[in-house]
Design a protein around this ligand. Structure first.
Ligand code: ZN
Length: 287
């Protein structure tokens, strides 16, 4: 799994003389794909897309919401008070799950791997939920599943489209079976959304895997992916070890999923809002 990587040692070799100059951390970021060093401030201007090769760095959930809604200040955050009850009192390597949650909250500034709310995209009111991979690998436990389910239910009750941006390693192992319940719960909520004829647009971003791929994320009326995203159930290494065969190099990518009919389209992040607006307009006209 590749994380956006900053120049950890705080150096950036950008001097014309070839001398290494010291620069504060986070000034430069290395592109995961073309390996070029990029000024972080330039990357922020391009919605974190590499200007050299088009690689899409991961966005935080808040950056994602901000890039989509018409008025970020007017976005109504929902269910932010939900917290995991830690039903199994889980701990691993002497680190309690509760501690891990606290750490993730401190690191990301958000309360869970999914944030959700109501806002407008291209003047269309939508129920929006966004995952953040930084929060325990974007894993879906009881709180994430409940927030997603409520986001879908808000769409059904308020008669508006639901859009979910996924970025997840799958179900959260620290909540075991309770995490797996979320797969059925989110999928069932989507069935209710369908009965009121409201669309669900599922957007898969890097990475979307495991129990998330195996449930609601692949049930979109329209399924969109960002370019080059890792998309699949199991990762390529696990598949190769299971079937004892070498996989093609692009297996588990957006492009592979599109070529094999798993998704409807690949959309560059810079065109995402325009594309969503267009789809929302089409669905609004149909009703
Ligand atoms: Zn690049």
């Amino acid at each position: 799994m590749h994380q956006p990587e900053t120049n950890g040692n705080g150096t950036f070799n950008g001097a014309a003389s070839g001398a290494t100059k010291l620069a504060p951390a986070n000034v430069a970021t290395r592109c995961e794909k073309c390996r070029k060093m990029l000024f972080t401030r330039d990357l922020e201007k391009t919605q974190k897309i590499c200007p050299e090769c088009g690689y899409h760095f991961r966005l935080t959930a808040e950056e994602r919401v901000e890039s989509l809604v018409d008025d970020y200040g007017a976005f109504q955050w929902m269910d932010d008070d939900l917290r995991s009850a830690d039903p199994l009192h889980f701990s691993s390597r002497n680190v309690a799950y509760a501690e891990k949650l606290d750490e993730a909250r401190a690191k990301t500034g958000i309360s869970e791997s999914v944030i959700a709310g109501m806002g407008a995209i291209g003047t269309h009111r939508v129920s929006l939920a966004v995952m953040d991979f930084r929060f325990i690998g974007g894993s879906m436990g009881t709180v994430a599943g409940e927030r997603l389910t409520r986001a879908i239910e808000r769409g059904a009750e308020g008669r508006c489209p639901v859009i979910i941006f996924s970025a997840s390693g799958g179900a959260r192992m620290q909540e075991s079976l309770f995490s797996l319940f979320q797969m059925a719960k989110t999928s069932a909520a989507l069935t209710r959304l369908r009965t009121v004829q409201q669309p669900f647009i599922s957007v898969l971003t890097d990475p979307t895997t495991g129990g998330v791929t195996a449930s609601y994320a692949m049930l979109g009326d329209v399924i969109i992916a960002e370019p080059g995203a890792l998309i699949g159930f199991a990762g390529p290494i696990v598949i190769e070890q299971s079937i004892h065969q070498k996989l093609p190099p692009d297996t588990d990518t957006s492009e592979f999923a599109l070529a094999h009919g798993m998704i409807d389209m690949i959309v560059d992040r810079r065109s995402m809002k325009v594309t969503l607006t267009h789809l929302l307009k089409l669905y609004a006209g149909k009703r």
